[in-house]
Each structure stands twice: as C-alpha cells, then as structure tokens.
Design a protein around this ligand. Structure first.
Ligand code: KIV
Length: 270
C-alpha cells in the first residue's frame, strides 16, 4: 500500500485506520485488513501513563513505529509526530519526520495541523515523505482549545475548510478530522479530492479511525464518539486472576510445566 493507493480510495470504498503501538497488536490489525496503522501519540495517555499526549517524544514514537513496521506486511504505517517535534524549525522538523521513514520504517507521518504546517507539508511531500494532515480537535493544542468539539460555528468551520484545502494543495495525501460536527466534516469531504478520515466526525468521511485500545476494550471507558468492540481488559483480568489463584493455590507450575535433569546429582551441589 502506498500513499497514492490511499488517495485513490477517496469516494470509492470506506477506508479503515486504527492505531497500534506494539508488534503483536500491529500483526492482528494488519491481518484484519486495516488499510492504515497509526502509531498515535495517544500512546501517551493510553499506554505510557501520561495525562495528555504532550510529553510523548520523537524517540518514543520512532521506537514504537519500528516495532509496528516490523510486524506489518500490508497496511500503510503512519508515525504521529509528537508535540514540538515539528513546526518549530523547518530543518529540525524535516529531520524528525525523515527519521520516522528512514530509521523507523514508517510509510508516512501525521501532523496536527495549523497555518504553521502548510509549508512543512509542501517541503516534506517534495522530499518524498507523505503527510497525513489532522484538523478539528488537535490534542497537542489542548492547553489552548481544551479537548472539546471543534468547528461548531461558521467561522471555525470555514477556517477548518480553508486549512484543509491549503494542506491538500501542499500535497497531503489524506486528512484526519477529529471531533467536528458531521455536517462540517461532510462539507470538507465534499470539497477535497484527498480522503478524509473521521474520528467523531460522522459517517460522511471517506474513512474512520479509532484508537485500538478503545476498539478492543483495553481502556476502561471510551470517548463518546468511539465504540468498544471487544473486552480485552476483562480477558486480561480473568487471565491474571487465574494465574495469581493457581500460583497461590500451588496448582501452577504443574508437572508438565517443569523438567528434571536426570544426570544432575543435587547432593553434589553443596
Ligand atoms: O494519536 C492518535 O491516536 C490520533 C488519532 C486519534 C487520530 O491522533
């Protein structure tokens, strides 16, 4: 799968995208036929114990992206560029994005966008680094905007549409729209040739993305726009409680889990 294949899917068939942060999860996501795997900075809240995505580093995303890329055969792997790893200085931004492709094996990078990412998108795509833009709720700006619905009035929706068009023109191959009204997302989707990928953005986007932890039911709760399709947390609890019970009850390890060295004379050991 290449960026041009994702781009070509716009308006044809629904595009699927899920996050993954480790190799075994990526293997399952890839085998299920998901089109794009995002190594999201949501790993900060979901796996690293932070309250937000802000502390996530480029080193962390690079390492997790490498694990995901090693485990993925077909899906398009996207590294989510963390807070301040891009947009401050052009050369540093290119270097940080470039290492995701060159060292970690990502196929593309995702940028939480604003006016400051238009030129960067242009430069990165010129250099052969596909860019997925992200508008609407961009959690890296949470100290500015809060984690609320975005583009809820005409002015904000127009600003989002203008930025969407600017990033398409700059070469972005797709656009994530997060937590925006379904009618605003539908209007952006209609106005663009590149596919829109919605999260809390209604049914009219070209594709959908969720965090895998919510989909499999690893998190305790899910965002109001998300959906739990499994109960991995419940399965983990059952398995771990079973282990604790058997160790404490002397049932584990049983004979089949142990081996004895026939030639070992334990009397010689002391
Ligand atoms: O970090 C992330 O997981 C994301 C998706 C929710 C789009 O940005």
């Amino acid at each position: 799968m290449r960026a041009k294949d994702i781009r070509a899917k716009a308006g044809t068939e629904p595009i699927t995208m899920l996050t993954a942060y480790d190799a075994p999860t990526a293997e399952v996501v890839d085998a299920a036929g998901v089109d794009m795997i995002l190594v999201g900075d949501s790993v900060g809240n979901l796996r690293l114990g932070h309250d937000s995505t802000l502390p996530v580093t480029a080193d962390e995303i690079a390492s997790l992206t490498a694990a995901v890329a090693r485990a993925t055969d077909d899906a398009f792997v996207i590294a989510d560029m963390p807070f301040l790893s891009f947009g401050v200085d052009m050369a540093d931004s290119i270097e940080n994005c470039g290492r995701m492709v060159k060292e970690a094996g990502a196929d593309a990078v995702k940028l939480e966008c604003g006016k400051h990412t238009v030129d960067l998108t242009d430069r990165l795509t010129d250099l052969g680094i596909p860019v997925q833009a992200h508008l609407g709720l961009t959690p890296q700006r949470e100290n500015e905007t809060g984690l609320f619905r975005q583009a809820t009035d005409d002015e904000a929706a127009t600003e989002m549409l203008d930025l969407a068009k600017a990033h398409e023109e700059a070469g972005a191959f797709s656009l994530v729209l997060e937590h925006v009204p379904a009618n605003a997302a539908a209007a952006v989707t209609e106005a663009l040739d590149i596919p829109t990928i919605g999260i809390g953005a209604g049914p009219d986007c070209d594709g959908q993305v969720l965090t895998v932890d919510e989909v499999i039911g690893l998190t305790e709760g899910v965002a109001p726009f998300s959906k739990k399709f499994g109960d991995v947390r419940g399965e983990m609890e059952r398995a771990i409680e079973g282990y604790v019970d058997e160790v404490e009850g002397g049932e584990f390890p049983a004979e089949e889990h142990s081996h004895v060295a026939e030639d070992l004379d334990t009397d010689d050991l002391y």
